[in-house]
Ligand binder design. Structure first.
Ligand code: PMP
Ligand code: GLN
Length: 394
């Protein structure tokens, strides 16, 4: 008891640097799932094995002596493999030496990009619902997050509202396609609208493209890097976790013009310095190889399987996910509980953990929506939905 009081008094002396002082929803719901032995469809991570070859390469890298610090910007071989990948997939020329930095996950890359741009008092626009690190990252840099809602139920951008949110203090906008949690994807037109709005301003774009490979129904990802005008003023952020189903490796990268990359590395060198060497070696060797089944096909099958199953439960699917690991569903026919309470109740009573969408809003807006992660083995999805079959419409 004495210890608790001491902790609270000590914590009180340390002024929080951002407004979200609770614990991240991903830790909360995964913790709850574990505690109650629930199937975890909350935090976004696959429950199946990574490719055999990739784990073999990781072991080999450690066995053959790649166990010391990597160069600060990332292993040259990995940066070159990324540049070759962007040439192959998007026909883009990326300078591996001056435009790519390897990071400990996209979360770190997003933080570092904000830190490189923002000064106290600046404003940064966030399209909500939004990944939960964006707003704290903005605030940790003394800047003000300006939330702009996406249009429900398909999470489209309301460009008039974005325009209205821009002020002379706006320094950044962070965008995310394919979108977590909404599963929406941007068209070239969206990028053109954004370009029109930021032209002749000092606004820098952060483009979170961690789900670029996970796009369904024959649609294509359009990267900010393919938009020449925007590319000049953007940081593009990526995560290997979503490409190779190894989220626990926590390796990502940032692609940005040379000057922005220099500003980014100025900070990265003193926050992380560099990233896990054997994993970089393994990824550099693995990247040029195509897997037997592209990750988008594999993930689309999972989405379809989940959508087929969930039809038997009275959730409302307003729109099938077009990309990412996630499907949003409404539970208004089942319960009137606030979404956080509903997600907890579902975990405890039905043994299935999900994420309440209010966690993706600064003001905790509750639209009676939850997010399911379908990046799971078929048998996991089968078991989860069989547990949910007992749910009845009110
Ligand atoms: N952005 C979005 C939209 C995400 O969903 C995630 C979670 N994986 C990240 C960034 C962070 O990626 P990483 O795990 O590589 O830090
Ligand atoms: N990106 C994952 C999600 O949205 C989780 C990342 C995390 O745990 N911070 O579920």
């Amino acid at each position: 008891m004495a210890n608790t009081i001491n902790n609270e008094a000590l914590l009180h002396q340390l002024k929080p640097k951002h407004s979200n002082t609770g614990t991240s929803i991903f830790a909360v719901m995964s913790g709850l799932a574990q505690q109650h032995n629930a199937i975890n469809l909350s935090q976004g991570f696959p429950d199946f094995h990574i490719e055999e070859r990739l784990s073999y390469l990781l072991g080999e890298a450690a066995r053959t002596g790649h166990n010391q610090y990597a160069p600060m910007p990332g292993l040259p071989a990995l940066r070159q493999a990324i540049a070759a990948d962007f040439k192959k997939r998007y026909n883009l020329e990326i300078d591996a030496d001056h435009e790519i930095t390897i990071t400990p996950g996209a979360t770190h890359a997003i933080y570092t990009a904000f830190a490189a741009i923002l000064q106290p008092g600046d404003e940064a626009i966030v399209l909500e619902p939004a990944y939960d690190s964006y707003i704290p990252n903005i605030e940790m840099n003394g800047a003000v997050a300006v939330p702009v809602p996406l249009i429900a139920p398909d999470f489209r951008v309301d460009w008039n509202r974005v325009k209205d949110a821009i002020t002379p203090r706006t320094r950044a906008i962070i965008v995310n396609t394919p979108h977590n949690p909404g599963g929406a994807i941007w068209s070239k037109k969206d990028w053109d609208y954004l370009a029109d709005l930021v032209r002749d301003t000092k606004i820098i774009v952060l483009s979170d493209e961690v789900y670029e490979h996970l796009i369904f129904d024959g649609m294509h990802h359009y990267s900010v890097l393919q938009h020449p005008e925007l590319r000049e003023r953007s940081f593009a952020l990526y995560s290997f976790g979503k490409v190779f189903n190894n989220t626990g490796w926590k390796i990502g990268y940032c692609i940005a013009p040379r000057a922005y990359t220099e500003a980014f590395r100025r900070l990265h060198q003193f926050i992380a310095f560099c990233v896990n060497t054997p994993a970089q070696v393994a990824l550099a060797l693995h990247m040029p190889n195509q897997s037997a089944m592209p990750v988008n096909t594999q993930m689309q099958l999972k989405r379809d399987h989940f959508l087929n199953l969930i039809r038997e439960v009275p959730f409302t699917i307003h729109q099938p996910s077009r990309g990412s690991y996630f499907q949003v569903a409404g539970y208004e026919r089942i319960s009137d509980l606030p979404d956080m309470e509903f997600a907890k109740w579902l975990t405890l009573e039905y043994g299935v953990a999900t994420i309440p969408l209010s966690a993706f809003y600064k003001n905790k807006k509750d639209d009676k929506l939850i997010r399911f992660c379908f990046a799971k083995k078929e048998e996991t999805l089968d078991e989860a939905v069989s547990r949910l079959r007992g749910l009845k419409a009110k």
